[in-house]
Design a protein around this ligand. Structure first.
Ligand code: ASP
Length: 438
């Protein structure tokens, strides 16, 4: 049995948390690979090292002194090292970093990656695990795609000694060795990549919640936990805003069918959520979870007799492509179709884009509806259940909520409704309680 255990920022936020990590790791000898995020928030008023490092960079970019922010970073790291009696020269490392910052001889990506780098070095000593710099095993091409073959070769070479290893999350390197940062929360992706490279039996993702919940607990008090969820269901939920796991962390492990287990560092006795390839959940419940995101825009193109015209949608989509805008959904009618996009992706040039759309399609009308939320109801079980969408829509209707847009793919794993931002929370509550009566 081989396990990769990834610990998120809150799991390594203090010396106290480091101790919990050690207990968990030492409890099971199969936890041979550990991945860590940067020291995170020890409480809700605290700051993440990653955010503080970004803040330092912003200071030097605008020629401001960053000493005050850097001191907070230094104190957080030094307090952990001191309390755990670690020998690693954290002060010296930070002094070197500060010098580079003061000379402005540092890139933002390199600076920010030092959060996980230093956290992993401290944890390496504390656990007695061998440190591997992520830049030496996680390789990217210049187009930001992951170079699996090169990474696999390096990983095999470094790990052939069979020791226990620790790897910092959140970054890798480009072919010229420059640091490549992942998107925020990317430590999950590193964990997934390492699990795949190591051909692990399980990828454990240790965080501060006991698994994935059926809905956002800020909207539904004490939502039911999800015990088992399929990779595709989780992907749909994380894409739509469920924030337990980074959405890109599913691919590397799903390809090799390695199960992911979400677990709570503060409650290691809880089983958490298992994410795997099976569809067993489909027979246990109708819906698996609900997630949503606010702030989408719908651009609608109306043209009489559109349905007889070949190539019209392509012409419209190429305009979005010219602006490098990623499209979420394309619901269509007889004489119109809509394109749903994130508002922030089109905001700076939306009227210009609409003008180009009108020209490219010779449409009668191009309109914009903003402040839309998309809410996904996800579940493999939905396809076994006739009348599900009727039940969903009528519950939303009875609650007096106007549905602006509906989208469902033919695999029936996901029904998406678009509502006004002001109805977002109410819609989630309505769907949740329809399927989980109080
Ligand atoms: N430290 C990074 C962040 O705060 C990456 C991670 O925690 O996974 O986004």
């Amino acid at each position: 049995m081989l396990k990769v255990a990834k610990f998120g920022g809150s799991s390594v936020a203090s010396a106290e948390q480091f101790k919990k990590v050690k207990e968990i790791v030492k409890m099971d000898a199969s936890r041979k690979f550990v991945v860590v995020s940067a020291v995170g928030k020890a409480n809700k008023d605290d700051n993440k090292i990653t955010d503080l490092l970004y803040l330092c960079y912003a200071h030097i970019k605008y020629n401001m002194n960053c000493d005050a922010v850097f001191n907070i970073i230094e104190k957080k790291f030094c307090d952990i090292a001191k309390e755990l009696n670690l020998k690693f020269d954290i002060k010296g490392e930070l002094a070197k970093l500060k010098e580079k910052l003061d000379n402005k001889s540092i890139s933002e990506e390199y600076l920010v990656s030092r959060g996980e780098y230093l956290t992993a070095l401290l944890m390496a000593e504390y656990l007695g695990y061998r440190f591997i710099d992520a830049k030496d095993v996680i390789f990217y091409n210049y187009d930001n795609t992951f170079d699996y073959i090169k990474s696999e070769k390096a990983f095999e070479e470094i790990t052939k000694t069979g020791e226990n290893f620790i790897i910092p999350g959140f970054y890798g390197s480009f072919p010229n060795k420059d640091v490549k940062l992942m998107t925020r929360g990317g430590g999950d992706v590193t964990g997934a990549i390492i699990a795949s490279l190591a051909n692990a039996d399980v990828y454990e993702n240790w965080t501060d919640v006991s698994g994935v919940l059926m809905a956002d607990p800020r909207i539904i008090p004490n939502p039911l936990p999800i015990e088992v969820i399929n990779y595709n269901e989780l992907r749909e939920l994380s894409y739509m805003g469920a924030s337990v796991l980074h959405e890109e962390a599913v691919f590397p492990v799903a390809l090799k069918k390695i199960p992911i287990q979400i677990r709570n560092t503060n409650k290691p006795e809880d089983v958490g959520t298992i994410i795997n390839n099976s569809d067993e959940g489909a027979f246990k419940h109708i819906i698996t979870g609900i997630a949503g995101k606010k702030d989408f825009s719908i651009i609608t193109i109306r043209k009489v007799h559109m349905s007889n015209e070949v190539g019209l949608i392509r012409k419209a989509l190429s305009v979005f492509e010219d602006y490098n805008v990623s499209i979420e959904h394309i619901p269509s009618g007889v004489d119109s179709f809509s394109v749903v996009v994130e508002t922030k992706a089109v905001k700076p040039f939306v009227y210009e884009l609409m003008g180009k759309l009108k020209k490219a399609t010779s449409a009668g009308e191009v309109t914009l509806t903003s402040e839309i939320s998309l809410i996904a109801t996800v579940g493999l079980g939905m396809k076994n259940y006739k009348g599900l969408s009727g039940r969903l829509f009528s519950a939303i209707g009875k609650a007096g909520i106007n549905i602006v847009v509906i989208s469902q793919t033919s695999d029936e794993i996901n029904i998406i409704v678009g509502v006004h931002n002001s109805d977002y929370e109410k819609t989630i509550r309505t769907i949740y309680y329809e399927f989980n009566p109080q």
